[in-house]
Design a protein around this ligand. Structure first.
Ligand SMILES: *Cc1c(COP(=O)(O)O)cnc(C)c1O
Length: 462
């Protein structure tokens, strides 16, 4: 999910509001001799949904994102500032070592963002003109764009309706002699079924690039996502779990591939060439997509809390799942086989309006948000947006492909994904920072959904 960071003034206001609220409600509770502040127990009227005039389940808000903790980390960023060395140097190398260590690969290259981590990886695996790349439609726009940016054609393959991930059972029907790679996405931070996907890739001799841009520290059988394919790509954009504003990384055990990625991201200069040295010459096609020392200093700081936060998100998500799974019309996520840990960039569940007296999804998200549980409907149908058609109409694509290969209507038909179409009308997302709280906070979410279900008939008519 991409969200603009809230203005700091607004954050401050929220914090102050929260403080005032805690203070005044604590005083009221002491006065009444009641230590529990569940307003809903006081009367039937207060149990009504907010949209029908009731009181919200939650008034104290949620923690904001990103958060910043350690003073020592700020010192490290100041050190970078005062050193005058701001372009790629030693701190970036330290960050790369730390991220490779956290993920469990031999190498890591930090780059400007996750989008370009994907673009570089595909380019350096020689995926380009004439190639098809199989990928899921339930993803962020950067995934198919990275394929098109290399002159290859994205072929969307439908998702598993329960895990929301690329469905391995549907991949083989999409393979043609032109298929070069599979690009699974660990979308929402839930791992794709890499065991099955890698078996298909091996059988058909296909490359695999993992879009792990929402999958930090998620695991299948104790092995981190991003380490199964030829390359794994991560994002450190502001809304992500290792937030740096902008940033990304490629991880792999393939030294020669990583050397090429390095060269490409630094004007095609040979790997190891000192940044700033202009006399070395270039050995290959390249551009400039380098990380800065500031980004690395921030990344190292943010990395300290990532493991504990990942554990917390898992614990809370599992608990919330158990609380809401039996509510009629609510179907929470199912994890792929062998998943030992997810990242939960979002907490996803499917919403069926027929079990809520026809209460539309948009009315449901409004009602739940009004209870103090902000939520959204998530991605639209990516495979039907006009960017592929526009790419097919560019001069480059017209030179690379025949007009039959660029038949957009035929492409559209071939890449239709009915399960994804349905998912896009039923999905509900709750954002990750809400899961860095406690069990009682999860109860607020579950109670709010139960309340809306209970009053769904009236809400649907309102
Ligand atoms: C965020 C994201 C990207 C792109 O990462 P940026 O750092 O924003 O460029 C790619 N794929 C997915 C699934 C993402 O969530």
């Amino acid at each position: 999910m991409k969200t603009e960071p809230k203005a700091s003034a607004e954050n401050l206001q929220n914090k102050m509001r929260r403080r005032t609220f805690i203070k005044s409600s604590a005083t009221a509770m002491l006065g009444a001799g009641i230590m529990q502040h569940n307003f809903n127990v006081f009367g039937a009227e207060e149990n009504m949904p907010v949209l029908l005039g009731g009181k919200p389940v939650r008034t104290k808000g949620w923690g904001h994102w990103p958060h910043w903790v350690a003073e020592e980390d700020e010192q490290n960023i100041l050190k970078v500032l005062r050193s005058g060395v701001w372009s790629r140097a030693g701190v970036v190398s330290s960050f790369e070592k730390a991220w490779a260590g956290a993920i469990g690969t031999r190498r890591c290259l930090a780059v400007v963002n996750g989008t370009n981590a994907l673009v570089i990886s595909l380019a350096q695996l020689d995926v380009g003109a004439g190639d098809e790349v199989i990928l899921p439609p339930y993803t962020f726009i950067a995934t198919p764009q990275s394929v098109l940016m290399n002159g290859a054609i994205p072929v969307f393959c439908d998702i598993d309706p329960r895990t929301y991930q690329l469905d391995p059972k549907k991949i083989e029907s999409k393979i043609t002699p032109k298929t070069r790679a599979i690009l699974p996405v660990h979308i929402l931070g839930l791992p794709a079924d890499m065991t099955a996907i890698m078996a298909i890739a091996k059988k058909h001799n296909l490359l695999v690039v993992e879009d792990a841009c929402q999958g930090w520290l998620a695991e299948i059988g104790g092995k981190k996502v991003g380490t199964f394919g030829n390359a794994g790509c991560f994002s450190f954009q502001n809304s992500k779990h290792l937030p740096i504003g902008e940033g990304g990384a490629i991880v792999s055990d393939d030294e020669a591939f990583m050397d090429r990625c390095y060269s490409y991201h630094n004007f095609g200069s040979a790997y190891g060439t000192a940044i700033g040295a202009v006399g070395g010459g270039s050995i290959m096609l390249g551009t400039k997509l380098r990380y800065t020392e500031y980004q690395a200093a921030m990344g190292l700081a943010m990395l300290k809390t990532l493991e504990a936060e990942t554990v917390k998100r898992n614990t809370n998500a599992e608990y919330l799942r158990s609380r809401i799974k039996d509510i009629p019309g609510i179907s929470p996520y199912v994890l792929s086989p062998g998943v030992t840990r997810a990242a939960f960039h979002l907490f996803p569940f499917r919403y069926r309006e027929d079990a809520f007296h026809g209460l539309s999804r948009s009315k449901f998200t409004k009602a739940l948000s009004a209870e103090g549980i902000g939520c959204s409907g998530g991605y639209g149908q990516l495979n039907k947006q006009p960017f592929v058609k526009a790419a097919f109409q560019t001069k480059n694509f017209k030179r690379m492909y025949t007009s039959a290969e660029l038949d957009y209507d035929a492409w559209l038909e071939r890449t239709c994904c009915p399960e994804n179409d349905k998912l896009c009308t039923e999905m509900i997302w709750i954002s990750q920072e809400k899961f860095l709280t406690e069990k009682e906070d999860m109860d607020d979410i579950a109670n709010a959904i139960e309340k809306i279900h209970k009053h769904s008939q009236k809400l649907a008519q309102a």
